[in-house]
Design a protein around this ligand. Structure first.
Ligand code: 5GP
Length: 348
């Protein structure tokens, strides 16, 4: 018989964080750094656990150079050539490799490219292995293969949204499980397939599973305002990844488009028609696009957005009395709500 899970699954805008008595006097007392030791690679990592998405407009070398100043990770997109990597290394002397992650899909071509890039840049410590549907057996085997080839490297793998698959990918060798299906701002998976899971509940379920095995989760997609980062960390995410919040800046790919005196930048899903045409010679006959192409208002320098997000998280921590980001989960109680924001004067 067809089953229905009756308990309500929640998204970021279904909840608010309840304030708690606090001894903190100011936001600058809050420490947003986290320290992790990775389960399989045994690498130590320390920094602000935010990751810029490996979409081709946001996961750029320019984004990395700026974001790494804030100890934030950039997951570099997989469309740079091996030569691009060689030039990047040659032209940048002080690269902080801790905040750089490279990306691969499940193809053999991707693996060969990763081997060549790591040959040129042996300092690389993280690989993000991601495909839209992390549920296939083939993907688990790919994770095992990468673990065998790169035992010293921290592996992120996904995307999945449930506890059993989180456990399976950890047992296959992943250190960090990338969670979220259909939650992205330019993703149309839920529309095209009806598949997905509200992101806050997804974090609660997968973080519990990962932490039980001594591994970590990365909440990917669906963050639309700084408060969502706090909610994701509060729910148990060890890292948060965003594309949309970091899109539209000077450091992203693509030109500024001017229309009626307003400035925009193009932002599109990696399985949108735009991306498929750019990298795969168009949409294959058997598949439909599961991503949108949108023009988003130009946002200026990345730095302003980073400061806004970090300031917001620090403020959340003072509201609940968390001196360190690490304490946020322990001090977080969510209140279910039916209206999160007052938008009478717009969404600003
Ligand atoms: P955002 O932070 O913009 O809400 O979501 C970013 C995430 O959306 C990415 O990290 C990636 O996991 C996902 N994503 C990017 N492009 C596409 C796409 O074309 N289709 C789908 N289904 N997901 C996408």
């Amino acid at each position: 018989m067809v089953k229905i899970e009756e308990d309500i699954k929640l998204d970021f805008n279904d909840v608010l964080i309840k304030p708690k008595r606090s001894t903190l006097k100011s936001r600058n007392e809050v420490d947003l750094n986290r320290k992790y030791i990775m389960k399989h690679s045994e690498k130590k990592w320390e920094g602000v656990p935010i990751i810029i998405s490996n979409m081709d407009s946001t996961g750029t070398f320019e984004m990395f150079l700026k974001a790494s100043e804030y100890n934030i990770i950039t997951c570099i997109h997989k469309h740079y050539s091996v030569e691009d990597w060689a030039n990047f290394k040659q032209n940048n002397e002080n690269i902080n490799w801790k905040y750089l992650c490279i990306s691969a899909g499940s193809s053999e071509e991707d693996l060969n490219k990763i081997i060549s890039i790591i040959d040129i840049c042996p300092e690389i410590e993280m690989i993000c292995l991601d495909i839209a549907n992390g549920y296939s057996e083939h993907f688990t085997n790919i994770v095992k293969q990468y673990r065998e080839i790169f035992p010293w490297i921290t592996l992120m793998a996904g995307n999945v949204v449930t506890a059993e698959m989180t456990e399976q990918l950890i047992l296959a060798g992943a250190d960090i499980i990338k969670i979220g299906i259909g939650s992205g701002s330019v993703c149309t998976t839920r529309k095209k397939t009806g598949v997905g899971c509200p992101q806050l509940s997804c974090i609660l379920e997968c973080a519990d599973a990962a932490h039980g095995l001594g591994a970590l989760v990365l909440s990917d997609g669906g963050l639309t305002i700084p408060g969502d980062f706090s909610k994701a960390f509060g729910a148990g995410a060890d890292f948060c990844m965003s594309g949309g919040m970091f899109a539209g800046h000077d450091e992203t790919n693509g030109d500024i488009i001017e229309e009626n005196g307003k400035k925009y930048k193009l932002f599109y899903g990696m399985s949108s028609k735009t991306a498929q045409e750019k990298y795969n010679g168009g949409l294959k006959n058997y598949r439909s696009s599961e991503g949108k192409t949108v023009k988003i208002p130009y946002k200026g320098p990345l730095e302003d957005t980073i400061k806004d997000i970090l300031g917001g998280i620090r403020s959340t921590c003072t509201y609940v009395g968390a001196k360190k980001l690490k304490e946020l989960t322990k001090r977080c109680t969510f209140i279910r709500c039916n209206r999160q924001l007052n938008t009478i004067y717009g969404n600003e």
